[in-house]
Ligand binder design. Sequence first.
Ligand code: ZN
Length: 98
Amino acid sequence: MAQPIWQREHGPDIVSEATTDDNGFWIARAYSRSHPTAVVRTPKPLGSRHSACAKADALARRMFVHVCEVPGCRNWALVPPEMVRPRPAADVRVVKLT
Ligand SMILES: [Zn+2]
């Protein structure tokens, strides 16, 4: 079964994302649509989607110098499997949030 992908759009360009690894742990990452091959992620897998979403939001704000505001930032949503597109090979940078 395909891994679930949850996304939240922060305006037109920034996306935070939570998905699972092969062991079922959650991974938090963020990227911009204008540079989709430059992905940032947190160092450790997380135990819940909730914590992955929170970390992914924090990544988006930190890495893209973004301030969340309504209505520019949408709600978290599960991407339907048919909408999951193959993504280009990404240069994933690990960012530790403090
Ligand atoms: Zn935001």
